[in-house]
Design a protein around this ligand. Structure first.
Ligand SMILES: [Fe+2]
Ligand SMILES: [Fe+2]
Length: 323
């Protein structure tokens, strides 16, 4: 490479980096990612009156003992960990892996920094799996029904992706679901870490994940802002539609899984549990749950300008979300 070429490359990188949104890394904040510690749960320590998962008040009346309620919460938490594995392996890691397929330029440094996050996400999935196995064994639980290993939200997202015809649109979809996920995961973990009624081992597990996600959220927000600034009008229109659709798909609760877990821990039949759960989770309740889960992403989308697009507003309005 000649001197002129080196200077040209450096100037280009500097120009791009100058306008790429700022973000934090572990190095910036003087911390190490949790994968360095390789901390895995070895034992399950239960604590008197403490629970695994925030209770669904209306369901509690159907449990015949505190143990049934505790076991149901343990199953719910395993479901959350199972979703975490799917999020890491099937959403966030592919979003980083496929950055090179995107139809716009991303400066070198942010790509290198995003690549480093893959190690963290692999570790979170490994931590989730080992914790699931301990809880599952202790309470003798099945985590998936009918051998269905894919969480509902992932099945919904895969269907949406399969409806896109071009590889370019699919690559945008892969990036967008990564951004949607990483702008909300810290909030999801907060429902455990901020709740003093939750078992310490559960809070610690979620807290170590949350430690890393602060950095991830910052980097994915920057990617979201940068990509939006690079899109042409047509790409913005498509991205607005995908952001709205995937935010809803990611946020709808899995009612069927709640009934499945209830049928495992009570003497009620699966059909009876379905009826009970469907009666509690009315369309209004489901909409409310979805809104709570989607709120951090909607906040981000509003700031980005996505909600200025009619297509996005219409999708949210149709789902009962006022934006
Ligand atoms: Fe993670
Ligand atoms: Fe992450």
């Amino acid at each position: 490479m000649t001197n002129t070429q080196i200077i040209t490359t450096e100037v280009r990188n500097f120009t791009s980096l100058r306008s790429y949104p700022s973000y934090i890394t572990f190095e910036h904040v003087g911390k190490l990612p949790t994968c360095v510690d390789q901390k895995f749960e070895k034992n399950l320590i239960l604590e008197e009156s403490k629970i695994f998962y925030p209770k669904i008040d209306k369901l509690e009346a159907y449990f015949s003992s505190e143990y049934e309620s505790l076991r149901f919460g343990a199953a719910q938490f395993c479901g959350f960990l199972h979703d975490t594995i799917a999020v890491e392996h099937s959403i966030v890691i592919p979003a980083i892996r496929d950055l090179y397929k995107l139809p716009f330029h991303i400066p070198v440094q942010p790509i290198e920094d995003l690549f480093k996050l893959i190690t963290d996400e692999g570790h979170h999935a490994a931590q989730a799996l080992s914790f699931i196995n301990i809880i599952k064994q202790h309470f003798d639980l099945e985590i998936c029904e009918n051998g269905d290993k894919l969480p509902l939200f992932l099945r919904r997202l895969e269907k949406q992706k399969s409806e896109l015809s071009s590889d370019l649109d699919k690559s945008l979809f892969t990036m967008i679901i990564g951004i949607v996920t990483e702008t909300r995961i810290s909030k999801e973990l907060g429902q455990f870490t901020n709740n003093e009624y939750i078992i310490s081992a559960v809070r610690e597990n979620c807290s170590s994940h949350q430690h890393d996600e602060t950095i991830h959220a910052s980097q994915f927000r920057a990617l979201g802002e940068w990509s939006w600034s690079q899109f042409d009008d047509e790409q913005k229109e498509l991205a607005a539609e995908l952001y709205a659709k995937t935010t809803i798909a990611r946020s709808l609760p899995d009612i069927s899984r709640i009934a499945f877990y209830m049928s495992q821990v009570t003497s009620y039949s699966r059909e009876r549990c379905d009826k009970i759960v469907n009666k509690i989770f009315t369309p209004d309740v489901i909409r409310e749950e979805m809104l709570i889960a989607a709120r951090p992403t909607i906040f981000f989308l509003r700031k980005l300008g996505v909600l200025d697009f009619k297509v996005a507003r219409e999708i949210f309005t149709k789902a009962g979300v006022t934006v």
